[in-house]
Design a protein around this ligand. Structure first.
Ligand code: MF3
Ligand code: CO
Ligand code: CO
Length: 264
């Protein structure tokens, strides 16, 4: 199926869902500390999403086997889809928290990296370069550009720093459905792939490894780790393609990239 083009009223709902998802990441930051369990972080996010925001946490019971928690918490060598557990965070851990809320039938999907105490220079550098990969991808989003342009700039930046790009998981169209067309891969060649059109909504969510790109799924059928146990980082935003560029629907105030990029 082709990517759906959102109507004005759908865009309003996507904007609101995106804003709410970003606010969950704002809320949880101060709780990501040494000794906290990822299960505790999940509970805080769940209660905030359900009781404060009046939203549905999209991951809960999603897929097969059903995802058992309300957010994904991916620590250190976990690439994505980490299941919150009773394991305590320790000094130097790096954690991706991936939040997806459903409000009024529409999805907002975003993740960011948190550090516990003082991370290593290596971890800090991986986190920074991965965010730069996301930002470089976002900066290319506009009608007439192609998805391969985005993949290419991400892959080029990651490899320039001797990092690798995970290929088995990708960004995705999003709307009334959590994961819809198109697939937004984080590698590729310029001037290839689907053309980007105003009114499309999709995520960019690069997963970048300090070591080799290969991943392995754990027996729980969700947790994805680096095969070589190297560190992995990820950042994600939900985007709306506008007539002149892009609007970051899950933008936070702590970011260096503007919420709206207008190329005209
Ligand atoms: N939020 C993830 C994404 O960015 C998907 C998580 S699916 C789950 O697409 F079931 F693990 F939550
Ligand atoms: Co996503
Ligand atoms: Co996500």
């Amino acid at each position: 199926m082709a990517a759906t083009i959102k109507t004005a009223s759908e865009i309003e709902k996507m904007r609101f869902a995106g804003k709410l998802a970003s606010e969950v990441l704002n809320m949880i930051g101060e709780h990501v500390v040494k000794g906290a369990t990822t299960e505790h972080l999940d509970r805080l996010c769940h209660n905030y999403i359900v009781d404060v925001q009046g939203c549905i946490p999209a991951p809960l019971h999603y897929g097969n086997p059903p995802f058992p928690k309300s957010v994904c918490t991916s620590v250190n060598h976990v690439i994505c889809h980490g299941i919150p557990s009773d394991k305590k965070l320790k000094d130097g851990d790096i954690v991706n928290i991936d939040v997806t809320v459903i409000k009024d039938g529409y999805h907002g999907d975003t993740s960011k990296m948190f550090v516990v105490g003082k991370p290593s220079i290596m971890a800090e550098r991986l986190i920074k370069v991965t965010q730069e990969c996301l930002y470089k991808g976002i900066a290319l989003v506009r009608p007439g550009a192609r998805l391969g342009d985005i993949g290419h700039v991400i892959q080029t930046h990651a490899q320039h720093h001797n990092y690798s790009v995970v290929q088995e998981y990708c960004g995705h169209g999003i709307g009334a459905t959590f994961h819809e067309d198109p697939q937004v891969v984080h590698y590729g060649q310029p001037n290839t792939g689907e053309e980007i059109v105003a009114g499309m909504c999709f995520t960019i969510e690069p997963m970048i490894n300090a070591g080799k790109r290969h991943s392995k799924m754990l027996p729980d059928k969700w947790t994805v780790v680096t095969k070589d146990r190297s560190l992995s980082a990820q950042w994600e935003h939900t985007l709306l393609v506008t007539e002149t560029g892009v609007e970051i629907l899950t933008h936070r105030d702590d970011e260096t990239i503007p919420r709206i990029i207008n190329h005209s």
